[in-house]
Write a protein that binds this ligand. Sequence first.
Ligand code: PNW
Length: 446
Amino acid sequence: MTLTRKDFPDHFIFGVATSSYQIEGAAHEGGRGPSIWDTFCREPGRILDGSNGDVACDHYHRWPADLDLIRGLGAQAYRFSIAWPRIQPDGKGAINPAGLDFYERLVDGMLERGLQPYATLYHWDLPQTLQDVGGWANRDTAYRFAEYARVVAERLGERVKSYATLNEPWCSSLLSYEIGEHAPGLRDRRLALAAAHHLMLGHGEAIAAMRDVVPSTGLGIVLNLQPAYPASDRPEDVAAARFADGYFNRWFLDPIFRAEYPADMWEAYGENVPEVQDGDLARIAQPIDFLGVNYYSRSVNGASGNVKPAESSYTHMGWEVYPQGLTDLLVRLKDDYTLPPIYITENGAAYPDRLSGQEVHDPERVRYFQQHLGAVAEAVRQGVSVDGYFAWSLMDNFEWAHGYDKRFGLVYVDYATQQRTLKDSARWYQGLLTGQPEGQLVSGDD
Ligand code: PNW
């Protein structure tokens, strides 16, 4: 069955997503201060191909053409992130006017093109000066974040349709402070759980700080949620899946939507649990207008580790393609929590694309998008309130610890020339969004 625009509600928004460090480049321009990713990329062995985001997609200079490209895809909205060290080079105090000017031009550029701006305030590029005093493991960072959020909201105001506080606090805490794969690259569970708590506190403080500044703009948060399945019915596998669900999902969902940490995980974490002060959970759980869900894959959990089902297919990241997981996840969220409307704020896949002439043939990615959009449509049919979908990503970009080797874009980037080329998946998405048959599509770079 082919998917069409009509499989989604009329008010449903389609867009594309990116983040600042992954695309902007211009790391030393416009008064930008250093971030933890600038530091991390310079540590030997951290980034698979030894690269960094100094230039990336050079979006800082090429943003007008990039916005034209988004418009050309037929997207209604663009999810981007704001680099805190462009706004406050030291993470606190002095504001850098050139940074605010850049994002103001970008937002106005979206509005001129009929694109709704969906801003994320923190997509991992913490000012290095704040890391020097502990980063998110330091409670003070939560309050610095709220100040920064207020500065942005005061300047960009309600021109921005939606502000997300954080992108994927699991990544900024556990992946960064316990697993050590992301900046700052630490390996300490106690620090990781402190960071997670302060991230969520920072989320709550930022919502409170912005609420009266932009009363009619939607405020929310973006979580990476990964449904956890047991490898079998054996009780030890079921317990492993329950733990994985607590680790990735409930540890963040429960404070935000139930004002409590999950009791089983609190017990399992023992001495490593964070210090929670009176009022913290009420702050974290204050009402928000949307939940952003980033979905890429599921986990299959056995007592002695994760399992990779042999019959499944896998992306270039090694992530299982499992669209049913997205339907299951969304239905489960509806059943277990009282939630505001959901946006799928990221979904997509990396494949080893090659430019052949003026074309990039990426049938696996087309199939990935078809199947996952179908999974969203199915969840909507089952009564889940989903208001939009953002494909990750607009274009190939700096894929964190994997460098430039992993390509998630709808648009191919030749880094030597910065030339952008629509992949077949971009043309497919354009066809879905504009309702035109794929064969007759015009390219986006008009
Ligand atoms: C997300 N994991 O990152 C981010 O929001 C994007 O910036 C990124 O490019 C995209 O997904 C693709 O990776 C994740 O290890 C990184 O589970 C790692 C994980 C999940 C999400």
